[in-house]
Design a binder for this molecule. Structure first.
Ligand code: F6R
Length: 266
């Protein structure tokens, strides 16, 4: 794991935006894995700014989102399709037919299972994901792979944990139906991405971040499996990094990595 600790959430977003741009520049037809939630909003704002300044085009980009709620329509304000349209897709020159969010509008389990299996097949058909953006839940989930999810799981229906439902309550009105099921990319699916960049900001993520980076591999912290990925970059602000035992070492490693990048070994 490459652990990068930066002063503020804004720095985290800028670092992630630079990485996304690197991937876009290097590939003729880049495939991005995208996340929703509060954390990546600053990243999407930054990408939109660069697009509006004429520095970035999304015309050749294909995207696959991690997850979608079951039980609300695609055009519901809290659906992840609406979220992506609102914060990114409607604001840039992406071809909407190149954007994918798991199809979760049906209430028929067979159709949902079929859609989930199709999602993995669609990712494979485009040659896999070049860069997967992730956030982390306070319980260590990635996507909606809640604690005890299999490390080799594929895209599927998942029941949300009590803590995830509580954490996402803030987005729904008091009298509004809040979904407790979702289709999520599986952990096995996520691990097939060529590169992974996980962003975490804020004190409330510190404990999950510590378990992910310094804890044992355990399905009780699904994100801990990223320790086994060849190219996992974890970008944290000071608060999210505040419980790490080896924090000073990660900062030192990053200084050294930058020196090496400039061809300087001492
Ligand atoms: C969102 C997702 C989730 C979030 C996680 C953190 O597509 O898959 O894993 O990344 O719940 O959410 P925030 O950023 O709101 O704290």
């Amino acid at each position: 794991m490459q652990v990068i600790i930066l002063p503020t959430p804004k720095d985290v977003a800028l670092h992630a935006a630079n990485k996304v741009v690197d991937v876009i520049i290097k590939k003729t037809s880049p495939v991005l894995g995208l996340a929703t939630g509060s954390t990546p909003i600053a990243l999407y704002n930054e990408l939109v700014c660069r697009h509006q300044a004429g520095r970035l085009s999304f015309k050749s980009i294909r995207t696959f989102n991690l997850d979608e709620y079951i039980g609300i329509d695609e055009d519901h304000k809290q659906s992840y399709r609406s979220f992506m349209n609102r914060y990114l897709f409607d604001l840039v020159d992406i071809d909407l037919t190149n954007t994918h969010v798991p199809a979760a509008a049906s209430l028929d389990p067979e159709t949902l299972n079929h859609n989930a299996a199709l999602y993995d097949a669609e990712i494979s058909a485009v040659g896999g994901i070049d860069l997967q953006i992730l956030g982390i839940g306070t319980n260590g989930h990635i996507g909606f792979n809640e604690p005890t999810s299999s490390f080799s799981s594929r895209t599927r229906i998942k029941t949300l944990s009590e803590s995830t439902i509580a954490a996402n309550k803030r987005f729904f009105m008091a009298d509004e139906f809040q979904p407790y099921l979702a289709i999520t990319m599986g952990i096995g699916t996520i691990l097939e991405s060529r590169e992974i960049l996980l962003m975490a900001t804020g004190k409330e993520k510190a404990s999950a971040v510590k378990d992910m980076i310094e804890g044992p591999l355990s399905s009780m912290c699904p994100a801990s499996i990223l320790q086994t990925h060849e190219k996992a970059i974890i970008v944290l602000d000071e608060e999210a990094a505040s419980s790490l035992t080896l924090k000073e070492y990660y900062l030192w490693c990053e200084t050294k990595r930058q020196q090496l990048h400039k061809g300087n070994c001492v």
